[in-house]
Design a protein around this ligand. Structure first.
Ligand SMILES: Cc1cc2nc3c(=O)[nH]c(=O)nc-3n(C[C@H](O)[C@H](O)[C@H](O)COP(=O)(O)O)c2cc1C
Length: 175
């Protein structure tokens, strides 16, 4: 296991995956990281749809004009949804759960990439959230924040270094 600081330097958005499948135990650890993540008032109103079927991955890859094509070659996609009426902090809760999965994936040596769904769509005006709902039978009242692409990295991206951290955006005392 990497130190947390090493983990934060090594996690990069991985958009190219090998064809190797993800070990079920590793996938279970990734999902567990989401399920153990903090949520507002501990409501835990997220739901996660795990997709491994190639045909379904290809359909999800077309849910918006750009930035989702990488789902086509992912081993697994985890669709992060929540009951929005039940929780006014659903975006925060889903974001935390998604990042927890990304960090757990990195710790296992797996690559991941966040694919934004909320507020995205096709040029036709069709919303990505509705396209994803149709593909996966997600009930009305649930919205999708993002889809995490997961898989074995096809190549290693450079580690982040301290120059990548915009310290000028940290204001001590006052802005
Ligand atoms: C809210 C959010 C939405 C993102 N949406 C996408 C996306 O739709 N497609 C994509 O390829 N990457 C997406 N990314 C990944 C970012 O492009 C990436 O995190 C950023 O360029 C920094 O690179 P790094 O993750 O390697 O540090 C998203 C990241 C975040 C946090």
């Amino acid at each position: 296991m990497k130190s947390f600081a090493q983990l934060m330097h090594s996690r990069r958005s991985c958009r190219k995956f090998t064809q190797e499948k993800i070990d079920p135990e590793a996938l279970s650890l990734v999902l567990n990281a989401a399920l153990l993540s903090p949520s507002a008032k501990s409501r835990r109103s997220w739901h996660f749809v795990v997709v491994e079927d190639k045909n379904t991955l290809e359909k999800l890859a077309d849910c918006k004009e750009s930035g989702a094509a990488l789902l086509k070659n992912a081993a697994v996609a985890v669709v992060v949804t929540a009951n929005v009426a039940e929780n006014d902090c659903w975006i925060e809760d889903c974001s935390i759960a998604a990042l927890a999965m990304q960090l757990q994936a990195e710790d296992l040596g797996l690559g991941s990439c966040w694919v934004q769904v909320r507020n995205r769509g096709l040029n036709s005006g069709e919303r990505a959230v509705d396209i994803v709902r149709g593909i996966l039978n997600i009930p009305e009242g649930f919205d999708t924040l993002c889809i995490l692409a997961l898989g074995h990295k096809a190549s290693e991206l450079p580690l982040k270094n301290d120059d990548d951290a915009p310290w000028e955006q940290v204001h001590v005392g006052t802005f």
